[in-house]
Write a protein that binds this ligand. Sequence first.
Ligand code: BG6
Length: 484
Amino acid sequence: MVPASLSRRSFGKLAGVAALGLTTHADAAESTAVGSAPFPKDFLWGTATSSYQIEGAVAEDGRGRSIWDTFSHTPGKIEDGSTGDRAVEHFHRYKDDVALIKALGVKAYRFSIAWPRVFPDGVGQPNPKGLDFYNRLIDELLANGIEPYATLYHWDLPQALQDRVGGWQSSDTSKALGDYAAYVAERLTDRVKNIFTVNEVGRFVNFGYGWGIDAPGLKLPAAQLNQARHHVALAHGLAVQAVRASGRAGTRVGAAENIAACVPAIATPENIRAAEIATRELNAGFLGVVLEGKYTDGFLAYAGADAPKFTPEELKIIATPNDFVGLNIYAPQFYVTASDKAPGFHVLPFPTSFPHMNSEWLRIGPEVIYWAPRIAAKIWNIETIYISENGTSSEDKIAADGQVYDLDRIMFLRNYLTQMQRAIAEGVPIRGYFLWSLMDNFEWIFGYGKRFGLYRVDFETQARVPKLSAAFYRDVVARNAIGV
Ligand code: BG6
């Protein structure tokens, strides 16, 4: 129905738009190629979770404590005062949860292994019972035709390592991750063909060791923070080598990083170049050193006396070739324009009116999932990218009829997926997508106050109910295209 308010003047405006060669609603049907064209035939649709956020059962089968157990039990650290002690009881409900994954029609599931289940003290005596949980989970996934993608480290560092050597402040922790990776690879890669080493270095190092926001809640000075990040990069390299040495031939391995995502504010050639420079410099501390085998001159000059200490041998380990790069993409972090002055880009301030989703940090900029992979692939010659996380929180209230109409999540996904398809259509090598998250869970410092799931979880009864976005995603996966 044409609203009465759509006056002749409005039609005139539309005609003007058409004259400029821009698309109007009327001819949109003919130009839906971006939104509705199918994704590549073998595109990998998946969903993702992490151990501490969903498992619960923190004292079962010999699991050791992690820094997140300690942190969440420290008064004042978690917004709603909750912990992951129970989480969403995935440890006991994993079979039902695999059925939920299957119902989405996805081919892959990214989960993380809790290091303290496998090595309760971080090193030394393994706990086979702890690994058995993942054996059961993997077997259940495969029996249901779902490919397991395992992450070795999604932030639940064994508390013993934090206590003994200061966690990531010591390269002993890097070596410990390598040994844990070897142990896991030897036992799981008969069935797990893809392994992510570490998840979001850009977050857990800065938030956990720099700003005191995440576990272990430290506020280290810049030099120690840079050193800790270097130890994580070293751990990643050692883990890649360990998977190659101890896993079945052909096991693929890479990191999952929340790339500092830089978007040209206006896509002129100069600004695009500026976004490339910014991406390289602002990711120099992890992705850059992993993919280039060196810290950029800009990074070292900026850090000055606070730069990390390293040896050429360590850089070689860090830069052991990866099989893929995982990018976790949510908000555009930096909009940039070109600058004549070093370092060649301006970072623009965000207006306070910039829109965000239910999580305040989650600014809405669907084009970020186009630009970040496109720029990363170009500057580091990456051949295989997975979007290892993307998704949003939503209010997720239950309507009177018992349903959850999370239209904002559907809006978010539709727009981000459209931009992802734009990238793929232009040849950016994105091979798969893992939607965060399968179900509501313990959202770190937000406790149970933010919901990111496709399934709503009643945290009391633990009942799981599909939200409308689950139907949306199932439809995308089934047609391998975004419905119009
Ligand atoms: C990513 C993490 O940063 O975003 C996930 O890898 C996390 O573990 C998700 O759940 C949402 O973040 P947050 O801080 O809102 O819980």
